[in-house]
Write a protein of this length. Structure first.
Length: 115
């Protein structure tokens, strides 16, 4: 099992929810966060900030966490890139890590059947 953590533009949340719904993921966790990437939160073009002293500016983002079977990871990445990739900086990032165990508290089920 893998956990996919996506940091996305807030206005793209509905797209991501639809994608996750269409692959029948068991659940998801959404939070509002603040963050910056390589441009340190600047909304100017990458080169326009050259030569100026920039301070870090945090922008509002949405964090989506979903734990899925390994085989769904590539499908999700493809679908998310297809919907969310623009030609502009700040589209977001996808982090993936291994999940060792999942327990459904109500039933005690473990592993993929608990997702
Ligand atoms: N290395 C990182 N570690 C933790 N969070 C990150 C990292 N890179 C990006 N993020 C999170 O993802 C959000 C979106 O990042 P962003 O899309 O701007 O990445 P980028 O690397 O600057 O790519 P781009 O050049 O396309 O903008 C950031 O606001 C931050 O919350
Ligand atoms: Mg960026």
């Amino acid at each position: 099992m893998k956990e996919i953590v996506m940091i996305i533009r807030p206005e793209k949340l509905e797209d991501v929810k639809s994608i996750l719904d269409s692959i029948h993921c068991g659940g998801m966790t959404i939070s509002t966060v603040m963050g910056c990437g390589t441009q340190k939160g600047s909304t100017a073009g990458v080169n326009e900030i050259k030569g100026f002293k920039t301070t870090i500016n945090l922008l509002p983002k949405i964090r989506v966490e979903v734990v899925v079977e390994d085989k769904l990871v590539d499908k999700i990445i493809l679908a998310v890139r297809e919907k969310l990739a623009t030609d502009h900086v700040g589209d977001g990032k996808i982090f993936i890590r291994n999940i060792e165990e999942v327990v459904r508290i109500r039933t005690g089920e473990r592993g993929e059947k608990a997702l």
